[in-house]
Design a protein around this ligand. Sequence first.
Ligand code: PMP
Length: 290
Amino acid sequence: YDDRDGWIWFDGKLAPWREANIHVLTHALHYASSVFEGQRAYGGEIFKLTEHSTRLRRSASLLGFELPWSVEEIDAACRETLKANNLEDAYMRPVAWRGSEQMGVAAQRTKPHMAIACWEWGAYFGDEAARKGIRLDISPWRRPAPYTAPTQSKASGLYMICTLAKHAAENKGYNDALMFDWRGQVAEATGANAFFVKDGAIHTPTPDCFLDGITRRTVMELARRRGIDVIERTIWPEELEGFEQFFLTGSAAEVTPVASAGPWNFEVGDLTLQLRQDYLDLVNRRLANA
Ligand code: PMP
């Protein structure tokens, strides 16, 4: 991703793509003092931009560093970056981290930095998978307890677990993995939240040790608008057998149906496809805000 044309917003200025570099003694590289966002632009409009910029600042705060850019400034920087790259439909990646001013675990004297890149990125799991449903492995890796890591932060360090889970799944031919949490409860996929359908109602795990996704909340609102019951609760793996449909939500994944998770199969059903369509209508401004 480093050798191409384009512009990356870097600490207040647009830098040529190939020159947006950092030093090897960057604290973030050694100690994972880094947080990021992921959002999509549709037809030139960045969906729920302010929520993403707000979460970026909060993610950094949870890791103990404050960004010198306000939410409004981050919003403006994202729009500027999208425009500079001449993109209308794109995935955007803001990232913020502690710099190279200090080496060692302690990092009080490091400076906060921020960069924003964007590029074209189609369906996260590919178009066919999005229609037919993806296949999930059951990950041996679990989401950590909130007293083990700042689990409400979109912290890069937490993605070490996701990459391990994703690689193990892909090596076995799956699209992604479903992870349980440290208690053994159903949690989420490696980059998206989980929803289940049974008897016309939607069930989703309580996000008490993983991200309460912006897409997750949007889809819950879209479901309620259609009069569908949305139940947020503890879900145990034993229940997977009884669910009829399963889908994932995320800024990159949008609404993706799941065809199987480990030994359990699910139908790509009407309710999932309806919510998927509602979400695509919403982000493309064919539906009023949710
Ligand atoms: N969980 C994880 C681990 C993720 O990486 C993401 C994507 N940011 C989500 C959930 C969904 O979050 P959102 O809907 O805000 O993109």
